[in-house]
Design a protein around this ligand. Structure first.
Ligand code: HEM
Length: 431
C-alpha cells in the first residue's frame, strides 16, 4: 500500500551524506537498520535547498537489487552517478557540457553503454585474466617482501593494501611504475577529497569551488596522460587492456577522445581504492582472529569465502545514484519520472532480511548474495580481477606470515563514496 512521501528528519538526512558518519560506521549501520524497518525508501531533502537536489534513499537489499537490475527504469544518465553538490554539477556542465567531468561506462545508458562495455568485457573475464596471474603474483610477492622487510610492526594499508591494487591496475593499463605516484595523486584528488589524510592536497580546507577546480585539473591531467598511452598502443598494440581501448571501434568509428579518456580513467580509478579497501578489511578481520589465520594457512580452500565475505563486509563502494525514467512505485513510495535515487550498498549489504547477523565477518557465509559489486548492466566490470588479486595476495601472505594481529586502532577514511580503512597497524611474525 502506498503512503504519503516519507521525508527523513534533518539530522538523519545530514547523517546519510556525512562522510564522517561513514568513517565512524557503526552509528550509520544503526541508522540504516532503523530506516530499513521504518522507511526503507525515504526522501532526503536538504535543509538549504541550494546545496543538492533531493533524492530517495534506498536501504533494503531487495529494493537496491531491483533498482540495479532494472536499467530501463532507473538510469545512470543524466544525473551524476555519485552524490554531488549542485555547485559541482553546474561546474561540470560549464566545463564539459556534461553533468559529469568524465563521461565513462558508469555515465552511459543503453544503447551506448552495452556497446562500450562489450569492448573490454572479454578482457576482464577469468579466462583472459588467467594470463595475468604470474605477473600479479610477482607484484604480490614484491609487496609482501616490503611488508616483511618492515616488520615486525607495520601499517598494512600503507605497505600492502594501498600500493598493491594500484600496481596491478597500472600494469593492465600499461602505465610505467615511475608514473604511478602521479596516477595515485590524481585519483586521490578525484575521490579522496573528503579525507584530510588521503587527499594529500589540503582539499578538506578548500571551498567547494576550489575543490571542483582541483578535480577538473586532475581530470585534464589524466586525459593528457592517457592520450599519450593511446597513441602509443595504436602504433604498438600489446595484449593489455590499454591496447584494447586504444584500438576499439564502435559502429565502425574509433572512440571519440573524451570517451576514450573516460574509459581509461574509469578503469584506472575504479580498480584500486576499491580493492585496497576490501583487502584491508579482509586483513583486519583475520588479524582480529588469529585462529582463523592458522586455519586458512592449513586449508587454502577457505580463502574464496574469506575474500567474498570481506567484499560484502567492507562494501568499498558505498553508493551509486540513479534517475527514474518514468513514474514507478518502490518500497511503498511513489517515485516520479526524473526523481533522483541513492542506492546504498552499505545499507543493502547489512540487511538482516538477506544476511544473518550482518555485522559479523562470517567466512562461511553461504549464500552470500551481496551487492558490493552492484548488479544489472553496470555490475562491476572488474569483479573477477578484484577477487583474483585478493586471492593471490592472501596466498602470498599466508605463505610468508605465520601469525598476525592488530597492533593499534584501525581508522576508516572519511568518505561517502569509496570508503574503507586508511590505517591498519599490524604486528606479525614471518614464516
Ligand atoms: C573489491 C573491489 C571492487 C568493488 C567493491 C567494486 C565495486 C563496483 C560497483 C559497486 C560498481 C557499480 C555497479 C553498478 O552500478 O551496478 C562498479 C563498477 C565498475 N567497476 Fe568496480 N569494484 C571493484 C573493483 C574493480 C576493479 C579491480 C576494476 C577494474 C580494474 C573495476 C572496474 C569497474 C568498472 C569499469 C565499472 C563500471 C561498469 C559499468 O558501468 O558498466 N572495479 N564497481
Amino acid at each position: 500500500m502506498m503512503t504519503a512521501a516519507v521525508i527523513l528528519p534533518p539530522d538523519t538526512a545530514r547523517e546519510v551524506i556525512d562522510p564522517h558518519a561513514y568513517a565512524e560506521w557503526n552509528g550509520l549501520l544503526d541508522t540504516f537498520d532503523r530506516l530499513r524497518i521504518e522507511s526503507p525508501v525515504a526522501k532526503v531533502v536538504p535543509e538549504d535547498g541550494e546545496l543538492f537536489d533531493p533524492f530517495w534513499l534506498v536501504t533494503r537489499h531487495e529494493d537496491v537489487m531491483r533498482v540495479s537490475k532494472d536499467n530501463a527504469t532507473f538510469l545512470n544518465n543524466p544525473r551524476p552517478v555519485v552524490f554531488s553538490l549542485r555547485s559541482a554539477i553546474e561546474f561540470s556542465r560549464k566545463a564539459t557540457g556534461s553533468n559529469m567531468l568524465v563521461d565513462s561506462l558508469v555515465v552511459f545508458d543503453a544503447p551506448i553503454h552495452p556497446k562500450y562495455r562489450r569492448l573490454t568485457q572479454d578482457w576482464f573475464m577469468p579466462r583472459n585474466l588467467a594470463r595475468m596471474e604470474e605477473e600479479i603474483r610477482g607484484i604480490a610477492q614484491r609487496t609482501v617482501d616490503r611488508l616483511v622487510g618492515a616488520g615486525p610492526e607495520a601499517d598494512f594499508c600503507k605497505l600492502v593494501s594501498a600500493p598493491y591494487p594500484l600496481h596491478v591496475v597500472m600494469q593492465i593499463l600499461g602505465v610505467p611504475e615511475g608514473d604511478e605516484p602521479r596516477m595515485l595523486m590524481l585519483t586521490q584528488q578525484m575521490f579522496g577529497g573528503q579525507d584530510a589524510d588521503l587527499s594529500g592536497s589540503g582539499m578538506e580546507n578548500m571551498s567547494p569551488e576550489q575543490v571542483i577546480q582541483l578535480v577538473a585539473g586532475a581530470v585534464r591531467n589524466f586525459e593528457d596522460y592517457f592520450a599519450g598511452i593511446a597513441a602509443d598502443r595504436r602504433a604498438n598494440p600489446t595484449d593489455d587492456v590499454a591496447s584494447v581501448i586504444a584500438n576499439a571501434t564502435v559502429d565502425g568509428e574509433p572512440l571519440p577522445d573524451r570517451d576514450m579518456a573516460g574509459y581509461y580513467i574509469i578503469v584506472a580509478t575504479a580498480g584500486h581504492d576499491t580493492t585496497s579497501a576490501s583487502t584491508a578489511g579482509a586483513m583486519m578481520a583475520l588479524a582480529h582472529d588469529p585462529e582463523q589465520w592458522a586455519r586458512v594457512r592449513a586449508d587454502r580452500s577457505l580463502l574464496p569465502g574469506i575474500v567474498e565475505e570481506a567484499i560484502r563486509w567492507t562494501t568499498p563502494v558505498q553508493h551509486f545514484m540513479r534517475t527514474a525514467a518514468e513514474d514507478v512505485e518502490l518500497g511503498g513510495q511513489q517515485i516520479r519520472k526524473g526523481d533522483w535515487l541513492m542506492i546504498n550498498y552499505v545499507a543493502a549489504n547489512h540487511d538482516p532480511a538477506q544476511f544473518e547477523n550482518p555485522r559479523k565477518f562470517d567466512a562461511a557465509r553461504s549464500p552470500n548474495r551481496h551487492l558490493a559489486f552492484g548488479a544489472g548492466a553496470h555490475q562491476c566490470l572488474g569483479l573477477h580481477l578484484a577477487r583474483m588479486e585478493m586471492k593471490i595476495l592472501f596466498e602470498t601472505l599466508l605463505d610468508r606470515i605465520e601469525t598476525i594481529e592488530l597492533a593499534g586502532e584501525p581508522k576508516r577514511a572519511t568518505s561517502t563514496f569509496v570508503g574503507g580503512l586508511k590505517t591498519l597497524p599490524v604486528r606479525f611474525r614471518a614464516a
